[in-house]
Design a protein around this ligand. Sequence first.
Ligand code: SAM
Length: 263
Amino acid sequence: MGVFDEVPRLESSGIVTPAAATPGAKLFVVDLGKMRQEKIEPAELTPPYWRYLARLIRPFPDFDLFFVRHLRKRAVEKLRLAPGDRVLDAGCGPGGSFSNLQEAVAGAGLVVGVEISPEVVVNAQRRIQKHGWKNVHVVTANAENVSFDEKFDALLMMGAADIYASPAILANLVRYLRPGAHFAAFGAKFSRRIGAKLINPLFRFFVARASFASTPKVDFEPWRPLKDRSASFHIEEYFFGFMFLAWGELAPVEMPSLDGDPV
Ligand SMILES: C[S@@+](CC[C@H](N)C(=O)[O-])C[C@H]1O[C@@H](n2cnc3c(N)ncnc32)[C@H](O)[C@@H]1O
């Protein structure tokens, strides 16, 4: 069976993971809108290096980079999840954070990953299936126009610059987050350390190669769009100042609720 035989079809609407069909699971309405209209090929939804990596690690559903593990744990702690909470993992990739998230929300809670690349969703689904998690779902969708019929308590954006550095995507996601929801984001940034002046452009070049052409380029404060939407905002630097973890609370937004009433 070829890789694309396993890739969920983009024409299909609604939730893509089979786990969604489990009794009692809430149905999420996913709008594949843009992707469907433009008939984008699955391969185009995965930058080349990410595609090779996704295929390489596919036989190992629990694969994760060892140096990211403790950061995932810390990021999930910053979300302050309680049992029964619902959490959105935007740009979830192969689901490296699912284990921490589903532990934090416990059996009654819900973890929903949003991932644009159908190839990478295959990996995430394999992880879910391997562990038999009934409260972890992944939807194949662009976070910029994904829609849900429920609100979430927290938002994780781990290694997801496309999400945390995009005002348009954040504007869509906050519609599905309860006021004061906690967030955490981890990603690349320029370093201000001595000597980094020379390394920063090289670093940006390599990060860009592994990203979409549309991914906002690395700079000193890639978290700015996220900070603009925050009521509280905290930053920690890692790896000589080339990576950051940001967390806080989203500012309340005036907008109709999903039922049409103001929130
Ligand atoms: C560097 S990976 C990080 C994956 C995962 N969060 C982790 O910690 O391992 C970023 C992921 O975001 C996905 N992505 C990029 N833009 C997206 C968008 N607009 N909507 C949903 N997912 C997106 C990419 O396909 C990729 O899988």
